[in-house]
Ligand binder design. Structure first.
Ligand code: G
Ligand code: G
Ligand code: MN
Length: 280
């Protein structure tokens, strides 16, 4: 039985397929050379704990291109997924994030922060995924305990044993795992129990309506108590208003991410904001 679709989905995987072929090809060609020319840029969005103190950030990639301007991920991730370029992009993002962590380790205002990196299921499927992550950590000198890998619920759809084995191996080194956009996809409670997870992220589409839609409020509550029962952490994404924040605090949510605490911003700006907390 098909699951009811949640809307609006921020993952527009089908859009790329419906664009004219010449535009698709131009996007792919430009992106491929953009990757080589180091046109990708890391943005970071803060995550705060219950006291409002920053505990980490999510890395969100952008593409800065002379012709196209600053391109948001929704405009190229579906193409990168469809063409396999997501593997090159994913490796670049991982390296850049780990270099960032290594440099933060030398800065008192930043050393305690973790970085969450979005990992495509395609990337995770690669036989050498765990080796790659460990090699990047080794080369950059980043602390594995500060690296969190975010994956969507689509990892529950197939080859679970393979995923679990890779996760267990990486977790032995201190790397942590988070399920992104939780509540919108395939997660089965039986599988959830078997996954060596550290965190669930409540999808922003629920958070946006917690005060106006009782169903979304119930879903947010359920996810928080699910995380509590699994003894893992829970982050609310897309928190925009103090009322949403208060509701989620009352429900016991542990961490928060959203415009209320800071937009995704260039790394340099993020670092300045962390060194002068009143900016956020
Ligand atoms: O701000 P935002 O527009 O940054 O991100 C849009 C979407 O792009 C999100 O669903 C996010 O998970 C995805 N995304 C952002 N950066 C990355 C990345 O480095 N890798 C992957 N696979 N997805 C990313
Ligand atoms: O990886 P993920 O799908 O969770 O990506 C987070 C997405 O949510 C990014 O596109 C980011 O720019 C966006 N985002 C972050 N904070 C907010 C917010 O407070 N409100 C809204 N509407 N979107 C947000
Ligand atoms: Mn994410």
């Amino acid at each position: 039985m098909p699951l009811p679709a949640r809307s609006p989905s921020r993952r527009t995987a089908t859009k790329f397929a419906t664009e004219p072929a010449n535009e698709r090809l131009a996007l792919e060609t430009d992106f491929r050379s953009g990757l080589k020319a180091e046109e990708m840029v890391l943005y970071a969005q803060p995550q705060v704990n219950r006291n409002g103190n920053p505990v980490g950030a999510e890395v969100l990639v952008r593409w800065r291109n002379a012709k196209r301007g600053l391109v948001p991920p929704d405009a190229f991730i579906p193409m990168a997924e469809a063409t396999g370029l997501i593997l090159l992009l994913g490796k670049w993002v991982l390296e850049a994030a780990c270099k960032t962590l290594a440099s933060w380790a030398r800065t008192p205002a930043l050393e305690h922060l973790s970085l969450s990196v979005n990992v495509s299921v395609k990337q995770f499927h690669e036989a050498d995924f765990a080796d790659t992550v460990l090699a990047v950590l080794d080369e950059t000198g980043a602390n594995p305990a500060r690296l969190k890998l975010e994956m969507t619920e689509t990892i529950f759809a197939e080859r679970l044993e393979d995923f679990v084995a890779k996760m267990q191996r990486l977790r032995k080194h201190g790397i942590t795992f988070s399920i992104d956009d939780f509540g919108t996809g395939y997660a089965s409670l039986r599988y959830l129990q078997r996954m060596p997870l550290d965190e669930l992220k409540i999808d922003g589409s629920f958070v946006g309506d917690v005060l106006s839609n009782p169903n979304d409020a119930a879903i947010a509550r359920i996810i928080i108590s699910l995380a509590d029962n699994l003894a893992i952490s829970v982050v609310a994404e897309g928190v925009e208003t103090p009322d949403q924040h208060s509701f989620l605090l009352e429900q016991g949510c542990q961490k928060f991410q959203g415009y209320l605490f800071g937009r995704p911003m260039p790394l340099a700006e993020f670092q300045v904001a962390m060194e002068t907390p009143q900016v956020i």
